[in-house]
Design a protein around this ligand. Structure first.
Ligand SMILES: Nc1ncnc2c1ncn2[C@@H]1O[C@H](COP(=O)(O)OP(=O)(O)OP(=O)(O)O)[C@@H](O)[C@H]1O
Ligand SMILES: [Mg+2]
Length: 331
């Protein structure tokens, strides 16, 4: 189907792959929902790779990572002089993805005021660059993803209903890893082989008791968390037998009451747990961003959004140095 590494054989994951094959040939918009680290971007790429658009570009834009004032220009481009600092005419992501696929990640963070223009681009396949009256026509397939409950955002009037229905033509829900435990051995073997090769640390055996602990864990950060964990395990295994680092609490699956738990709750719990493991250090090696496999700025953004305060880490640099870094970073 694709050249991407898509590991999993559980019925729930196979059903997702069947959907990917079924929807790849058409141009309808796709909305991928799922907790953090469940593979939303991987599936978006798989749809593109399996589609007739695969020889054209796959252009990704993380709506949460771009300040809202710049997002319109990022999406639709601008004319020279459209705003202070617009020195040249610039194409937006829609135009760059012409003929291919545009992946709009974290679509729940699309500012409300920009949503009508996005809706028109989706429906009419046309838009104007900022500062231009000339209409640009494009042929783009849009795949959007979010770990927020878009339906709930719609009912709170934080997301337009018409845009939600336009994006949700083909919904794909990625199950969390705890609901596809059957995939854990396959994913573990895959990641062990990958990191054994890249870290040059041959691992010949994954003992049954190790696999049992991995299968019993809850994995709130899903495949990304498992992947980062296996990387650490391979690195710290003393010989060629996989050993687990001590920081994996063999959590009991206590999710039966959690049907009402939102995706944001799952994110918050996972980020808090990782921050605690990292002594509240956000950046740097072994910091929470590193452990989560996220850029530092993305983690800070997520923390703000989820109402998690930034605490001073006992492992942080002395205050004066820290303040200097902050001043330098904000320049
Ligand atoms: N089925 C899979 N097989 C192998 N690796 C996978 C699979 N799904 C996800 N991964 C890996 O897990 C990591 C997280 O995947 P991805 O970035 O697609 O998740 P996401 O749902 O977009 O996460 P977030 O919501 O945090 O952006 C990536 O490194 C990806 O390569
Ligand atoms: Mg993603």
């Amino acid at each position: 189907m694709t050249t991407l590494d898509l590991i999993g054989s559980s019925p729930k994951f196979r059903a997702v792959l069947t959907d990917v094959d079924r929807i790849a040939p058409v141009d309808s918009a796709v909305l991928i929902q799922g907790e953090t680290g469940t593979g939303k971007e991987v599936i978006a790429r798989a749809i593109h790779e399996a589609s007739p658009r695969r020889h054209q570009r796959f252009v990704a834009l993380n709506c949460a990572a771009i300040p809202s004032a710049l997002l319109e220009s990022e999406l639709f481009g601008h004319e020279r002089g459209a705003f202070t600092g617009a020195c040249t005419q610039t194409k937006g992501r829609f135009q760059l993805a012409d003929g291919g696929t545009l992946f709009l990640d974290e679509i729940g963070d699309m500012p409300l005021e920009l949503q009508p223009k996005l809706l028109r681009a989706l429906q009419e396949r046309e838009f104007e660059r900022l500062g231009s009256g000339q209409t640009v026509r494009v042929n783009v397939r849009v795949v959007a993803a979010t770990n927020q409950d878009l339906g709930q955002l719609v009912s709170k009037k934080l997301f337009r209903a018409d845009l939600f229905y336009r994006l949700n033509v083909i919904p794909i829900c990625l199950p969390p890893l705890r609901e596809r435990v059957q995939d854990i051995p396959l994913l573990t073997e895959f990641f062990v082989a990958k990191f054994a090769a890249s870290l040059n640390k041959p691992i010949d055996l994954i003992p049954d008791d190790v696999m049992a602990v991995l299968k019993a864990h809850d994995w709130p950060g899903n495949i990304r968390e498992l992947q980062n964990f296996i990387e650490r395990a391979v690195l710290f295994s003393p010989g060629s037998v996989l050993r687990l680092p001590l920081d994996l609490k063999p959590t009991v699956k206590q999710r039966s009451e959690s049907v009402s738990r939102t995706l944001a709750d799952a994110d918050r719990e996972h980020i808090l747990e990782t921050l605690q493991q990292a002594d509240w250090l956000i950046g740097g090696q072994g910091g929470a961003a590193d452990r989560l496999g996220l850029p530092r700025t993305t983690l800070i953004y997520k923390m703000r959004k989820l109402g998690i305060e930034v605490r001073r880490s006992p492992r942080a640099r002395p205050v004066r140095q820290y303040e200097q870094c902050r001043a330098a970073a904000s320049c």
